[in-house]
Design a protein around this ligand. Structure first.
Ligand code: NAD
Length: 289
């Protein structure tokens, strides 16, 4: 992707438009399969409440059955395990997610809660089984983690090629940075993954044809860290007094990049769209098994 003039601002990769296109494509399968998504929330984390509202709204918009299981903040680990077991066993529930973070007293058991989710219903793609399959190849990305999958759907929507490009990922969490690195590798990008211990971060980010940032530190990526005509995908979301902020200095970087995602309105809606897409894929696989 080349721009005509150096001063031309970047193409905005609009996640609302791309997500609407993904949802429109899913409508016939949703009508046919009638899947149901359940979102489990424990406590009242305000960011979680806002993400859940967006998920419920998108389900409504696309005509997918959805349910919000909202448990009080003092819910015990046993109660949560029992709810997960009942959702695993309920044939009318296609897929469910455990909205993270959990309240402090449950947080250390998150790996155990995730492990108890039936992989066929793990539409967030967080279980070891579904993450492991992502490592094999694109053909096994049946229920990939929703955010990395959303990033790739966004690049696809704007016809941004990945094969042979140098993709630099900043952030190596199990739910975003690591699986995104692997999924880009599956698509034949050359991938560099950076994290908090990376020395000279800028030396890496300046090499990126595609720069994806998932850290949660507003302003971490400044214009001097970005190559001219790079594609910049800002996954970070931080709530500040001035509203939601990404990790990239959007104003300065958009003057230099070929394409860039806004925050909000970039990767966020794509995460929701790929969650719904996973639920449809789960329904298809459950029907055929
Ligand atoms: P995390 O806290 O699990 O991981 C943060 C990563 O950033 C780690 O790999 C860490 O090593 C790295 N890091 C921290 N400081 C760094 C630095 N100075 N330089 C380089 N790397 C550094 O977070 P996460 O769950 O992966 O989420 C990351 C961000 O993405 C958060 O802002 C989160 O809110 C956002 N997020 C957005 C969506 C979405 O739909 N847009 C979905 C999930 C997460």
């Amino acid at each position: 992707m080349r721009r005509m003039m150096a001063a031309m601002p970047a193409l905005i990769l609009d996640g609302k438009i791309a997500a609407a296109a993904v949802l429109t494509e899913l409508r016939p399968a949703i009508r046919d399969l009638d899947p149901q998504l359940v979102v489990v929330q424990v406590g009242d984390d305000p960011a979680s409440a806002s993400y859940i509202r967006q998920k419920m709204q998108s389900c409504k918009q696309v005509g997918m059955r959805h349910r919000h299981e909202h448990l009080p903040a003092d819910t015990s680990a046993d109660t949560l395990f029992r709810l997960i077991e009942s959702l695993n066993a309920d044939d009318d529930v296609t897929g469910f997610i455990l909205q993270l973070p959990l309240p402090a007293h449950l947080q250390e058991s998150v790996p155990l809660f995730l492990r108890s989710i039936e992989p066929a219903k793990d539409v967030d793609g967080f279980t070891a089984y579904n993450l492991g399959k992502v490592f094999l190849s694109t053909e096994y990305e049946h229920l990939p983690p929703a955010t990395p999958a959303g990033v790739l759907l966004l690049l696809d929507h704007y016809h941004i090629p990945v094969q042979g490009k140098h993709a630099v990922i900043v952030g190596h969490s199990n739910i975003v940075g690591k699986p995104l690195s692997v999924m880009l590798l599956n698509r034949n990008a050359t991938v560099t993954t950076c994290h908090i211990y990376t020395q000279d971060l800028a030396a890496h980010t300046r090499m990126a044809d595609i720069l994806c940032v998932a850290v949660g530190k507003p302003g971490l990526i400044t214009a001097d860290m970005v190559k001219h005509d790079a594609v910049v995908v800002d996954i970070g979301i931080t709530r500040t007094d001035a509203g939601l902020k990404g990790d990239v200095d959007f104003g300065a970087v958009q003057e230099k990049a070929a394409a860039i995602t806004p925050v909000p309105g970039g990767v966020g809606p794509m995460t929701v769209a790929s969650l719904i897409r996973n639920c449809v894929h789960a329904a298809q696989r459950q029907r055929s098994s």
